[in-house]
Design a protein around this ligand. Structure first.
Ligand SMILES: Cc1ncc(COP(=O)(O)O)c(C=O)c1O
Length: 427
C-alpha cells in the first residue's frame, strides 16, 4: 500500500509533526520582524517600473520626505536608503565615520551596542579606527556619566563620534538621548552624536533636530511595519563633512557617493522598489494615525504588559529584567526567569499551542529571559491575546505566576483609553 503512494505524499508524511495551517491570526510578538499590515503587503505587490518612469522618482521622494518628517530631521540632513538590515546600517555608519587614528565611543547599553562594537572592531585594522566602550551595568540604561567622563578625558579630541543604541532590544531598555546630548555638551567635545533607532523609531519620541543628533539609522522591520531588508540613515551636514574629509575604502556604503540627485547613485544601483513601496504605505499609515497617537499607543500597550508582569512577578518566578522603571521601553519587555525555567521551551509552547510568537534571550541573556514585543502594527486586543497566551504557556510549563495579570493589563487599558463609562441607569 505504501509503495503505491506518490513520492510527494511520502515526503509529507515524513515532515515534522506541526500542522502547516494556522487558523485565525498568529499573534506575532517578536520585537522584529513585526506584523506587516495588509496595506503595506499590497503596496509591495505594485508592478515593477522602468527606472526612468517618473513614478520611481515620486516614490523615492515620498519615502525621503516621510522619513524626514518622522525623524524631525533638520533641513541640512540627507536621508539615504540601503538594501540592508540593521547590521548593514551599522556598517554604513562606521564605514563613513572611520578615520585612521580616530576612535568611535560606543556607549555600553547591552547586547546590541556590544554587537555593534564587535563588528566595528573587526573592521578596525582595515580602517585604522579604534573602538572605546563605556561600561554598562546589566538591567540599566546607558551610563551617561561614563560617556561624559570619556569625552572629558579625550583632551586630544580623537573621539570622532559617540554611538548610542536608543532601545536595546535584547533587554527592553531605552536610554535617554537628551541626557547624552547634555553630556556631550557639558564635556565641550566636538564628537558627532550617532543614534541607532532600529527598535525605537515610531515607538518612542525622537527629534533629530532638537536632540542635536548628527546621524540616525534604522531598518524597516520593526516600528516601520515593513519586511526586513530596507535600511535607512539620516546624515546632517556636519557628519557628511566628516565623511568627505576622511575618504576610506568604502563604496556601497559611501554617503558622499550617494548624496546625489541621480536615482541610481542614491542607491548605488537599482533601488529596492518593492520595499520602498511598502515603506511609502507604512509612512502613510503612521501619518494617518498621527505620530503622537502612534507613540501614545506604544506607551499604552507597553503599560499593559508591565501591569501584567507586575502581577506575574508576585509568585517570584519571573520579573522585569529592566531595573529602572522609567527606562522600560515602549517596544519590547524582557522578562527574567528564575534559574531552572527554560524560556525557550515556554516560547515553543506559546507559539505552537497558543499561536503567540514571543522572543527569547540574546547573547548573555540567552536562557535567562523571554521577551514580549509590543512594537509596530498592534492594538489592545492583540496585546491582551498575547498576554493570555503567555499565561496559558506558563501554566503548561508549570511556571508559577501571580494571578490577575491579564485583568491588570485590561484595567490599565481601560484607564489609558478614557476610563469607565457612567454606570447604566436602572429602569
Ligand atoms: C537595536 C538594534 N540594532 C540593530 C539590530 C540589528 O538589526 P538586524 O537584525 O536587522 O541586522 C537590531 C536587531 O534586532 C536591533 O534591535
Amino acid at each position: 500500500m505504501h509503495q503505491d503512494l506518490p513520492e510527494r505524499l511520502l515526503q509529507r508524511a515524513a515532515a515534522p509533526a506541526v500542522n502547516p495551517r494556522i487558523p485565525g491570526i498568529r499573534s506575532l510578538h517578536s520585537p522584529g520582524p513585526t506584523r506587516v499590515p495588509d496595506a503595506v503587503m499590497h503596496a509591495m505587490q505594485r508592478p515593477m517600473m522602468d527606472l526612468m518612469d517618473p513614478r520611481v522618482g515620486a516614490l523615492i521622494r515620498a519615502c525621503e520626505d516621510g522619513m524626514r518628517a518622522l525623524l524631525a530631521a533638520p533641513p541640512d540632513a540627507h536621508v539615504l536608503f540601503y538594501a540592508a538590515n540593521g547590521h548593514g546600517m551599522w556598517e554604513a555608519v562606521t564605514a563613513n565615520l572611520s578615520a585612521r587614528g580616530r576612535t568611535l565611543l560606543m556607549a555600553g547599553g547591552g547586547h546590541f551596542s556590544d554587537s555593534w562594537a564587535m563588528q566595528t572592531e573587526v573592521l578596525g585594522p582595515a580602517t585604522g579606527t579604534t573602538v572605546q566602550r563605556t561600561p554598562h551595568a546589566e538591567g540599566h540604561p546607558t551610563d551617561v556619566a561614563a560617556i561624559e567622563q570619556a569625552l572629558r578625558d579625550d583632551t586630544a579630541h580623537r573621539i570622532a563620534a559617540v554611538l548610542v543604541v536608543h532601545t536595546d532590544t535584547s533587554s527592553g531598555i531605552t536610554s535617554e538621548l537628551a541626557a547624552v546630548r547634555r553630556a556631550i555638551d557639558a564635556a565641550g567635545h566636538p564628537a558627532l552624536f550617532v543614534v541607532d533607532l532600529v527598535a525605537s523609531l515610531a515607538a518612542e519620541p525622537f527629534a533629530m533636530d532638537s536632540l542635536g543628533v548628527d546621524v540616525a539609522m534604522g531598518a524597516s522591520q520593526k516600528g516601520l511595519m515593513c519586511p526586513p531588508g530596507l535600511g535607512w540613515v539620516a546624515v546632517n551636514a556636519r557628519a557628511l563633512a566628516f565623511a568627505e574629509q576622511h575618504a576610506g575604502a568604502r563604496f556601497y556604503w559611501d554617503w558622499v557617493r550617494r548624496v546625489s540627485d541621480l536615482q541610481y547613485r542614491k542607491f548605488c544601483g537599482t533601488p529596492p522598489l518593492a520595499h520602498l513601496a511598502g515603506l511609502e504605505a507604512a509612512l502613510r499609515l503612521i501619518d494617518e494615525e498621527g505620530l503622537a497617537n502612534v507613540q501614545a499607543r506604544h506607551a499604552r500597550l507597553a503599560g499593559a504588559v508591565h501591569a501584567a508582569l507586575a502581577r506575574w512577578a508576585e509568585a517570584g518566578a519571573v520579573r522585569p529584567f529592566c531595573k529602572v522603571a522609567a527606562a522600560r521601553s515602549s517596544s519590547v519587555t524582557a522578562i527574567e526567569v528564575r534559574a531552572g525555567i527554560d524560556p525557550e521551551a515556554l516560547r515553543t509552547v506559546a507559539r505552537e499551542r497558543f499561536q503567540v510568537a514571543i522572543a527569547g534571550g540574546l547573547g548573555p541573556l540567552a536562557g535567562r529571559v523571554f521577551r514580549i514585543g509590543h512594537l509596530g502594527d498592534m492594538n489592545e486586543a492583540t496585546i491582551l491575546g498575547a498576554l493570555a497566551g503567555v499565561e496559558a504557556a506558563m501554566v503548561v510549563q508549570g511556571i508559577p505566576f501571580g494571578d490577575g495579570g491579564v485583568a491588570a493589563a485590561a484595567r490599565h487599558l481601560v484607564e489609558a483609553t478614557g476610563g469607565r463609562s457612567a454606570p447604566a441607569q436602572e429602569g
